[in-house]
Write a protein that binds this ligand. Structure first.
Ligand SMILES: *Cc1c(COP(=O)(O)O)cnc(C)c1O
Length: 366
């Protein structure tokens, strides 16, 4: 059998499970209007400045982009107050996770440490790279178990992942706690803080670690353009890495993985303060609505520093998601995160968030 050529750890691979697309849902249920609140995308869509930049860049699509996207790294460094040489852009932050794994973790020997019910890309990438994946339990009420992470680290631990604000809970770790964790990790283990949702935290200075990378030699921070900047479909993310590591990653990575249109879009997105503030305003208001109204419907809800909330409905979560779907509302059942009783819903446009709350009320109590 040729499948014997496939590495054993790949044979029982569980693939990443994305939600259904709007088009797929429309076709499956014969619906005209669908509200998608399942993938934490930007409810305002795409910035007009970004659309213009993409149209301009399209003219040069026959050219290779500049390797390592130096103009983008410069713009990111400027916007985030970090040295541009620490910025490594990727085809989504997923690619940066993959590059980190391949550059620092030795296959068959090293391990990476995460906590349970976390973003699945860390484990998928580890297994694809032949690296042992370890999970520690979360604390009470889904708290991020920073002490347990430190305890699970051994001399072969290459990476420790913390998502803050966390997906799917919305909880965030304080920067001072993460600084303590980076201090106690054994020499050799890198702390990777995935700040995909940091734009939505408040106040950000209590949570953000991006400014600490230049001071520490074992901290990596990941950010993405997929959420607050509305570029999920273009695939653009980045890591801020200690200089020693950024240089190795730049040497080892495949060239040109950030395409010309994504680079132009990223630079334009960083320049559009109006779109960014409008996004935060919609998210903060909608999050308040969800956090206030879900308990009134009897749901248990966690506090959130993100653009989504996680809740436990009064009826089985799988049924609730199915009933919402029939009515054209897509939310994320968290079964694939190992949380079959919970649902994650992201903030939509004000009218979308209200429609979700109304229909959920009918599903639960109608
Ligand atoms: C959405 C998300 C990302 C972003 O991934 P991209 O590849 O940049 O789209 C990263 N980490 C977490 C935890 C996320 O939820």
């Amino acid at each position: 059998m040729l499948s014997q050529r496939v590495r054993p750890e790949i044979l029982d691979f569980k693939a990443y499970v994305p939600g259904l697309s709007v088009e797929e849902i429309k076709a499956k249920y014969g619906l005209e209007n669908v509200i998608k609140l399942a993938s934490n995308e930007n409810p305002l869509g795409v910035s007009p400045l970004v659309e213009q930049a993409i149209a301009r860049a399209a003219h040069d699509a026959h050219r290779y982009p500049q390797n390592h996207s130096p103009r983008l790294a410069e713009a990111i460094g400027h916007a985030m107050g970090v040295p541009p040489e620490l910025v490594v852009a990727g085809n989504g932050s997923d690619e940066v996770i993959d590059m980190l794994m391949r550059v620092v973790a030795r296959p068959g020997r090293d391990n990476v440490v995460c906590y349970e019910h976390c973003f699945s890309m860390y484990g998928l990438t580890a297994r694809l790279c032949g690296v042992e994946y370890r999970e520690v339990p979360r604390g009470e009420d889904f708290r991020l178990p920073l002490e347990s992470l430190a305890e699970a680290v051994d001399e072969n631990t290459a990476l420790v992942f913390v998502t803050s604000p966390d997906n799917p809970t919305g909880l965030a770790a304080r920067a001072e706690e993460l600084l303590v964790l980076s201090g106690v990790l054994r020499k050799g283990a890198l702390l990777v803080v995935d700040e995909a949702y940091m734009d939505f935290s408040w106040p950000p200075e209590e949570y953000a670690m991006i400014g600490q990378v230049a001071e520490l030699d074992n901290l990596v921070v990941l950010r993405t353009f997929s959420k607050a900047y509305g570029l999920a479909g273009l695939r653009l993310g980045y890591g801020v890495l200690p200089l020693w590591l950024a240089e190795h990653v730049r040497r080892a990575r495949p060239p040109f993985t950030v395409n010309l249109l994504a680079e132009a879009a990223g630079i334009a997105a960083l320049s559009d303060d109006n779109f960014y503030s409008a996004t935060l305003e919609v998210v903060f208001k909608g999050r308040e609505r969800l956090l206030a109204q879900l308990p009134r419907l009897g749901c248990e809800v966690l506090p959130s520093q993100s653009n989504f909330v996680m809740f436990r409905p009064t009826r089985p979560a799988g049924d609730v998601c199915a009933r919402l779907l029939e009515r054209g509302i897509i939310v994320r059942h968290l079964k694939s995160f190992g949380l079959p009783e919970h649902i994650r819903v992201n903030v939509g446009l004000p009218e979308e968030t209200e429609t979700f709350l109304r229909v959920l009320g009918e599903v639960l109590h109608g």
